[in-house]
Design a protein around this ligand. Structure first.
Ligand SMILES: NC(=O)c1ccc[n+]([C@@H]2O[C@H](COP(=O)([O-])OP(=O)(O)OC[C@H]3O[C@@H](n4cnc5c(N)ncnc54)[C@H](OP(=O)(O)O)[C@@H]3O)[C@@H](O)[C@H]2O)c1
Length: 160
């Protein structure tokens, strides 16, 4: 299982149930990695998507209240999520947020695609800081590229 996320300089990922930045190049990379695969997300993230479900992907939504989410499979406990994911090749499962779901599932992931934005987005919700997590290592640090006025780097972290 892999995590995929965009973070600012402080590992911030969102505020007001929205993303911090609009990044078309990052979105293209995100689509290419996740297309055809399984995307696991929290109910807040699902509701924040501009269009639901994420097209061409199996949408699995984590929701304590087990509310029905259009064109998605809902799971309401960690155990039911793990049971649901048994049907899929773990290489094809992406944890796509938000903060509570990353926190819950990061220890089940073996790789994380982290887009680093060189900015402070004044976030209120955060991704676990993988530079401070002893069992994670930065495997690839992409060159800085410009995306909608921001300097971003595509990075990969791996669990040791
Ligand atoms: N930068 C990025 O790459 C990125 C990606 C995705 C999302 N985001 C941002 O992250 C923010 C949303 O994050 P969030 O933490 O507020 O919401 P979230 O993780 O998207 O969703 C939280 C939902 O998951 C449920 N949940 C949490 N733990 C659970 C568990 N153990 N079992 C069952 N259900 C559980 C919660 O239920 P309860 O409320 O009942 O606890 C709640 O319904 C937004 O700002 C969004 O834009 C950023």
């Amino acid at each position: 299982m892999k995590a995929i996320v965009v973070v600012d300089n402080k590992w911030g990922i969102g505020k007001n149930n929205d993303l911090l930045f609009k990044l078309p190049k990052d979105l293209a990379m995100y689509k290419s990695k996740t297309m055809g695969n399984v995307c696991v997300m929290g109910a807040n993230t699902y509701e924040s998507l501009p269009k639901v479900p994420l097209k061409g992907r199996i949408n699995v939504v984590f929701d304590h209240l087990a509310q029905v989410h259009e064109n998605a499979q809902t799971v309401d406990t960690l155990q039911s999520l793990l049971d649901t994911l048994k049907k899929f090749d773990t290489e094809k499962v992406f944890v796509i947020g938000g903060a509570s779901i990353y926190k819950l599932l990061i220890d089940f992931c073996d790789e994380a695609y982290v887009t680093k934005v060189d900015a402070d987005g004044d976030a209120t919700v955060f991704f676990p800081n993988l530079d401070q997590k002893e069992n994670w290592v930065l495997d690839e640090l992409g060159e800085p590229i410009e995306d909608n006025g921001y300097s971003i780097r595509f990075c990969t972290y791996k669990k040791k």
